[in-house]
Design a binder for this molecule. Sequence first.
Ligand SMILES: *Cc1c(COP(=O)(O)O)cnc(C)c1O
Length: 344
Amino acid sequence: MARALLEINAKRIKENVKALYRFSRKKIIAVVKADAYGVGVEYVAPILNEMEEVDSFAVACAREGVQLRELGIKKEILILGGVLEEELGIIEDYELTPVVSDREHLRVLGERPINFHIKYDTGMGRLGFLKEIIEDDRIVGVMSHLSSPADKEFSLKQIKEFEEIVKHYPNVKKIHLESSAGVIYNVPYTTHIRVGLAIYGEKPLKNYPISIKPALKLRAKLISVKEVPENYPISYSRTYITPKKTRIGIVAFGYADGLMKSLSNRGYLLYKGKPLKILGNVTMDMTIVELGDTEAKVGDYVDIVNEERSFTALAKDAKTIPYELMCDLSQRIERVVIGECIEV
Ligand SMILES: *Cc1c(COP(=O)(O)O)cnc(C)c1O
């Protein structure tokens, strides 16, 4: 079996999509950019594709769109990052739908018969037109993006501003604004939600009103177990010195796999629910943990993320966000899909 394993629970992913749909009553644009947030788009996209609640997919760039088409996805694929000149050929060939957020994107499209969504910047300060209304009958969607969904006052301002813009597009069928966190605002005039994180089982906010359940489990094997004496240095640069005789385990998972170096001497992994402190610096391929009085032995799995400890919790220890942590999950980790044949 794998040294490092990411277990993707298809049943949970589907339940999360259904929970988002039940709460919002809006069809879902499933965001699977960046290899489905590091989870592995080839595993995730087929699970989502067969759900009627999933209307379409969104990715960052044309290349990611091509990858989805090659996986057999026939639904609409939105390219969030717009369209550059050199991508025009594959946008046409693979029937991808760009998001236009700059006059230059319009110029690149020219008169070609390519449908697109148009994006407004209502306070994100990233992509999107400010207030300019574009008249073009290839527009099939209008979107904006919340910059601070945890800030109610600011979000309501964005929601109101977008509503004014949307009024100029009475014939456009897809209106979307809410990401995983934004879903809590139940925006009355949008038709779709554009969600990623919550699908993968991470709650984007504390007190999130939607029942999102963990869908991922990340484990790695112990490849060595030993006892070292008191006053013994651990790992590169000797940032940890044992205060007493210590049983240590070497876990086959390091920063190359996605365990951030900022977890050195701070984070912990889990063995049968028991926390194992990370000792010393996390290294490229290995991390050293204190085994204490557990009966952990070589070949046993240590959990990095499981039912009880989310990527969000681990990210907090690493002083980052779950998005970054997940996107750092390496190709080297083996992926397996479980729970597929159970109907939800
Ligand atoms: C990534 C992204 C999303 C999805 O956000 P989540 O917080 O993962 O739900 C939605 N919209 C845009 C424009 C994005 O870039």
